[in-house]
Design a protein around this ligand. Structure first.
Ligand code: PMV
Length: 343
C-alpha cells in the first residue's frame, strides 16, 4: 500500500527525531469530489487549486521511546484516540520509515479549522512533511504529495505553492499533485475566505462525497464534464484570464453542490448568509469583477484581482452574517521550519 519512499534509508534529518513543518491551505478552482478508492484516497476526477498564503498550519512531530502512545494536540485541544485519521497517518509514516517510536504531535492553524476552510489540506500536508522529516525519510515533493493524499485528498495539493493540479492517476503511485504555475506567475489573484456566522455542524467532506457518488443521479454529469473544466482552467491560469478562471471556478463549484443537493439524503451546506454572499457577488460583478466558490461548508471564498481587494472586503464585511474575511494571494508550498512548537 505504501508506495512512496519505502526504500529510503531511515536516519534523522535535522533535530534528532523531531521536526516542524508549515503548509498553507489551498482552495480548489476545479473541485475534487468523489473517491474511486476510499482507503487509498484515489479520486474519480483530477482537480486544480490555488495555495493560499494567509491560511497556514504549523506542525511539530517528535518520535521518541519516551512516549507510550501517540498524542496530538491540535489548536490547544487534545485529539481523542477515536479521531483516527491523524494517528493512522502517523502509523503509515512510521511503517515507511521502519521505526517503532510513538509520536507527540502539536499543530496550530492561524485560521478557523473544520469550517469548510480547507484545514485538512494544510493540516495533513504539514503533518506529512514534519513526520517524514522527524522519521528520517528523505522524500521528494512527489512522494510527499502521495503520502499527504492518503491523509486527506486535498492535502496532496498543499505540498506545492501557486497553482496546482492533482492528477487522478491510475493507481496510488501516479495520483499526486504538480505545480501548474508558481506563486509569482499571477501575483494579483486574490481568494477572500469569507467566514459566515457559526453554522450547524456540516457533513464531513469524506462522508458527503461517498454519499454523492453512491446516490446522486447527477454524479455522472459531474464526471463527464470535468475534463472540459480542467482544460479551461489550465488555460485561464496560463494566460492569466481572470474572467475565464473566475467564472469557470464558480460554475464548477455550483455543479459540485448540485451533485450534493441531489444525493440521498440531500446535503445542503449553504446557509442564508452563504446565499446572500453569492447573490451579492453576482450583483457587484457589474462594477467590481468577482466570483465565488464554496466547499464542504457554508463559508464562501470570493475571487477578485488585487486592485479590487480592499473594496470587495469592505462590501463583504458589511453583509449580514459575515463574521470575518481572510484575503489570500497565491502562496508557498509546504516546507520544514526550525521553530518547534514544543521543547
Ligand atoms: O480532501 P478533503 O477531504 O479535504 O476534500 C476536499 C473536498 C473539497 O474541498 C470540497 C474540494 C477540493 O477539491 O478541495
Amino acid at each position: 500500500m505504501v508506495e512512496a519512499g519505502g526504500s529510503n534509508p531511515p536516519g534523522p534529518i535535522g533535530d534528532g527525531m523531531k521536526a516542524t513543518a508549515k503548509a498553507n491551505a489551498n482552495i480548489a478552482l476545479v473541485k475534487y469530489w468523489g473517491k474511486r478508492d476510499e482507503a487509498l484516497i484515489l479520486p474519480h476526477n483530477s482537480s486544480i487549486s490555488m495555495t493560499c498564503d494567509a491560511m497556514e498550519t504549523v506542525t511539530t512531530v517528535e518520535f521518541s521511546e519516551n512516549y507510550d502512545t501517540d498524542t496530538a494536540i491540535i489548536n490547544d485541544e487534545e485529539l481523542h484516540s477515536d479521531q483516527k485519521r491523524v494517528y493512522d497517518h502517523i502509523s503509515l509514516i512510521r511503517k515507511m520509515a521502519g521505526i517503532k517510536e510513538k509520536a507527540k504531535i502539536v499543530s496550530e492553524s492561524n485560521f478557523p479549522v473544520a469550517a469548510g476552510l480547507a484545514s485538512s489540506a494544510s493540516g495533513f500536508a504539514a503533518l506529512t512533511v514534519a513526520a517524514a522529516a522527524a522519521a528520517g525519510l528523505k522524500l521528494s515533493e512527489k512522494e510527499l504529495s502521495i503520502v499527504a493524499r492518503q491523509g486527506s485528498g486535498s492535502a496532496c495539493r498543499s505540498i506545492f505553492g501557486g497553482f496546482v493540479e492533482w492528477k487522478k492517476g491510475t493507481k496510488s503511485s501516479d495520483s499526486y499533485a504538480e505545480q501548474i504555475a508558481g506563486k509569482d506567475h499571477w501575483k494579483d489573484f486574490r481568494m477572500i475566505a469569507t467566514i459566515v456566522k457559526e453554522a450547524r455542524k456540516a457533513v464531513s467532506s469524506r462522508s458527503g462525497m461517498s454519499q454523492t457518488v453512491k446516490t446522486s443521479p447527477y454524479y455522472g454529469g459531474w464526471l463527464s464534464s470535468i475534463e472540459e473544466d480542467l482544460k479551461g482552467m489550465r488555460e485561464a491560469i496560463r494566460s492569466k484570464n481572470f474572467t475565464a478562471a473566475g467564472s469557470l471556478a464558480e460554475y464548477n463549484a455550483l455543479k459540485m453542490h448540485c451533485t450534493m443537493m441531489t444525493s440521498k439524503p440531500p446535503i445542503i451546506y449553504w446557509t442564508p448568509a452563504t446565499v446572500e454572499i453569492m447573490n451579492a457577488v453576482r450583483e457587484w460583478r457589474q462594477d467590481l469583477e468577482s466570483y465565488f466558490t464554496m466547499d464542504a461548508g457554508p463559508n464562501v471564498k470570493v475571487m477578485c484581482l488585487k486592485k479590487d481587494e480592499k473594496e470587495l472586503r469592505q462590501r463583504l464585511s458589511e453583509l449580514d452574517g459575515v463574521v470575518k474575511t481572510i484575503s489570500c494571494a497565491p502562496g508557498d508550498g509546504s516546507s520544514v521550519s526550525k521553530n518547534h512548537l514544543f521543547d
